[in-house]
Design a protein around this ligand. Structure first.
Ligand SMILES: [Zn+2]
Ligand SMILES: [Zn+2]
Length: 380
């Protein structure tokens, strides 16, 4: 049930595996325009995550070599290729090609390009964790702990992948640049050096703890406070609990995506709750005092004399709280009159007597008002 994983990057951009570079560029442009945080002020967190996600996807799919690594080995392959899942060197130039100076991209990614030096600070990947809650947990809120599998820097080698004391040597294949430069007609083409996977360095002796990867798989326990009133689809952001950024960059965020199980008799509509209560014919006709279930224990429901089947009673402010700190929803009781399916001899006799005294006109009723027009406030 607990998953922390990265989404398929073709899916993120909504393109097929065979999409051309033009299709990818166009899909990315559309997605980035849609999810740019400045354009989604009321939904900034999600927008930021989506924006980052589609940008990462684009940075891989726009680079034929990375795309091939991804097609063959998936996310794991990109990670092996030296923490290049993030933004490649060319991506900021690409932004200018695609958007001009329209957006301030550098700001969005933590000033990644500042200084223009070779070592850029890149942010780690965001992670998604799917979590299922009971109706009660979602309604009342809960403090919980989740165990999130993720990659962390190997402490034995400080993330270098080299065995302690052995250090690294410049890659001979690329002279330590990490890139090989080819001349193709008018164009100069940079390709990631296959010998060092772009790192520019070769590890002399691998760190045993991480087998030279510089990262280790760890399971981290994170305390999480679920506010009351959350619903299926609610996302909680836990800042800095995603994967660490390469070269000591800031960690990404963890997004906990909630799914709330349905209750056996409460039905939820936004912050309002609905519940159906069966009522005998006699209770409906004579009126009754009932003990009915509420969100925080029992509620008293007074059924007035002469209540019709399908009447709806509202208890104000007894629904679910707004997780963003607003008010509370209402609790609705919908009563349904049940008739005896197999009346006993005695019941039959009484009902026949009753029938002789009650006259109901069996002509068609006027077209009904909806259930919710029948709401009666019972506690003000
Ligand atoms: Zn290590
Ligand atoms: Zn190299």
């Amino acid at each position: 049930m607990a998953r922390a994983e990265k989404r398929d990057i073709y899916q993120i951009l909504g393109v097929t595996k065979t999409a051309s570079i033009e299709e990818i560029k166009s899909a990315y442009r559309k997605a980035a325009m849609q999810w740019h945080p400045d354009r989604n002020p009321e939904n900034k967190e999600e927008a930021e995550m989506r924006f980052r996600e589609c940008t990462e996807a684009y940075s891989v799919l726009s680079d034929p070599q990375k795309r091939q690594i991804y097609d063959t080995y998936g996310h794991a392959g990109l990670e092996r290729a030296g923490g290049q899942t993030g933004f490649n060197e060319a991506i900021f130039q690409d932004f200018h090609d695609i958007f001009g100076d329209f957006f301030g991209f550098e700001d969005l990614f933590g000033g990644g390009r500042r200084g223009g030096g070779r070592t850029r600070v890149r942010r780690g990947s965001d992670l998604r964790y799917d979590m299922t809650l009971t109706f009660e947990e979602a309604s009342l809120g809960v403090n919980t702990k989740i165990r999130v599998p993720r990659q962390e820097y190997c402490e034995s080698c400080n993330g270098t992948g080299a065995k302690k004391g052995t250090g690294v040597a410049a890659c001979q294949n690329c002279g330590g640049r990490g890139q090989l430069v080819y001349q193709q007609g008018f164009f100069t083409v940079n390709r990631t050096c296959p010998a060092c996977q772009g790192a520019g360095q070769i590890i002399k002796e691998r760190c045993a703890d991480c087998r030279g990867q510089g990262r280790v798989d760890r399971e981290r326990t994170i305390e999480l406070r679920i506010p009351p009133g959350v619903d299926t689809g609610t996302r909680l952001r836990v800042q800095g609990e995603g994967e660490p950024g390469p070269n000591g960059g800031p960690a990404g965020d963890l997004y906990v995506v909630l799914e709330v199980k349905e209750h056996s008799f409460f039905e939820r509509r936004g912050a309002d709750l609905y519940c159906t209560i069966p009522l005998s014919f006699a209770q409906a006709a004579l009126g009754a005092e009932l003990q009915v279930p509420g969100l925080n224990g029992e509620e008293r429901l007074r059924i007035p004399e002469g209540t019709q089947s399908d009447a709806v009673f509202r208890v104000k402010g007894k629904g679910l709280p707004d997780p963003h700190g607003g008010g509370r929803g209402d609790l609705y009781y919908h009563v349904r009159v049940v008739t005896p399916t197999k009346p006993t001899k005695e019941q039959r006799k009484i009902l026949e007597q009753l029938n002789a005294t009650i006259k109901v006109d069996n002509k068609p009723a006027e077209r009904g008002s909806s259930l919710f027009d029948k709401v009666k406030d019972i506690f003000g």
